[in-house]
Write a protein that binds this ligand. Structure first.
Ligand SMILES: *Cc1c(COP(=O)(O)O)cnc(C)c1O
Length: 228
């Protein structure tokens, strides 16, 4: 794992340098879903401070053992009835994909008197199997969030299709970045488009070349997952 993480950091630096970006503006989110607490602790030993999980129960169990020493990122489809468990424990919810979910995050955050940072998940490739807003819906949704007291929109996220050649996803990443630039230009209250969460084990270097500020990497750090 030590070698994998070193190698990924080096690749991040190379990809950033290639397009004249500062490597420090890119955060590596270690996606620890399905992996045990021991694996997270090992990654912490190699300097990882940001961890991504996609199941509420699993996140809460790990969060209880490891605590707030690290930042937790929720990256999976979040059911509205489970929002109350994660509010106050996660640094960022990447995968906000419906108006109902936004309303529930606002409600639960107000109840706990905290402000929750979110990203909107965008289904750039318009895959029927994927969650997320359509590109054309996002400006309207952002405008809605700008009026909420306990939700802060920090940027956009996408899950690109699995492809043989990562280059095939370049246009998707580029489209997400263009969307974030367009929204930033509208200067809405409380809306900040600083974060672009895109790129996974297979294609994070291309995502960085296209402007990613957070890459979500699981397999390349922890190895193949076993879902049983
Ligand atoms: C599992 C997952 C990842 C990590 O995928 P890898 O291919 O293992 O790097 C990233 N983002 C989301 C939303 C995921 O569910």
């Amino acid at each position: 794992m030590k070698e994998s993480i070193r190698c990924i950091r080096q690749n991040i630096e190379k990809a950033a340098n290639k397009v004249g970006r500062a490597p420090e503006e890119i955060k590596l989110i270690a996606v620890s879903k399905t992996y045990p607490v021991e694996a997270i602790k090992e990654a912490m030993g190699y300097g990882c401070k940001e961890f991504g999980e996609n199941k509420v129960q699993e996140l809460m169990t790990k969060c209880e053992v490891i605590g707030d020493e690290v930042n937790w990122h929720f990256i999976g489809h979040l059911q509205t009835n489970k929002v109350k468990y994660v509010i106050g424990h996660v640094a960022l919810i990447h995968s906000v994909d419906s108006m109902r979910l936004i309303d529930e995050i606002q409600k639960q955050s107000a109840k706990k008197d905290c402000i929750t940072a979110i990203l909107l998940e965008v289904n750039v490739a318009q895959e029927a199997s994927k969650y997320g807003f359509g590109i054309e819906e996002v400006p309207e949704v952002a405008r809605y969030i700008s009026k909420l007291s306990h939700v802060r929109l920090k940027g956009l996220m996408t899950v690109a299709p699995y492809v043989e050649k990562p280059e095939e996803n370049r246009q998707i990443f580029s489209n997400l970045r263009q969307l974030s630039v367009d929204i930033q230009k509208q200067n809405m209250n409380n809306i900040d488009m600083a974060i672009l969460s895109m790129g996974m084990s297979n294609d994070y270097e291309i995502a960085i070349e296209e402007g990613a500020t957070m890459v979500r990497v699981g397999t390349a750090i922890f190895g193949e997952r076993n879902y049983e």
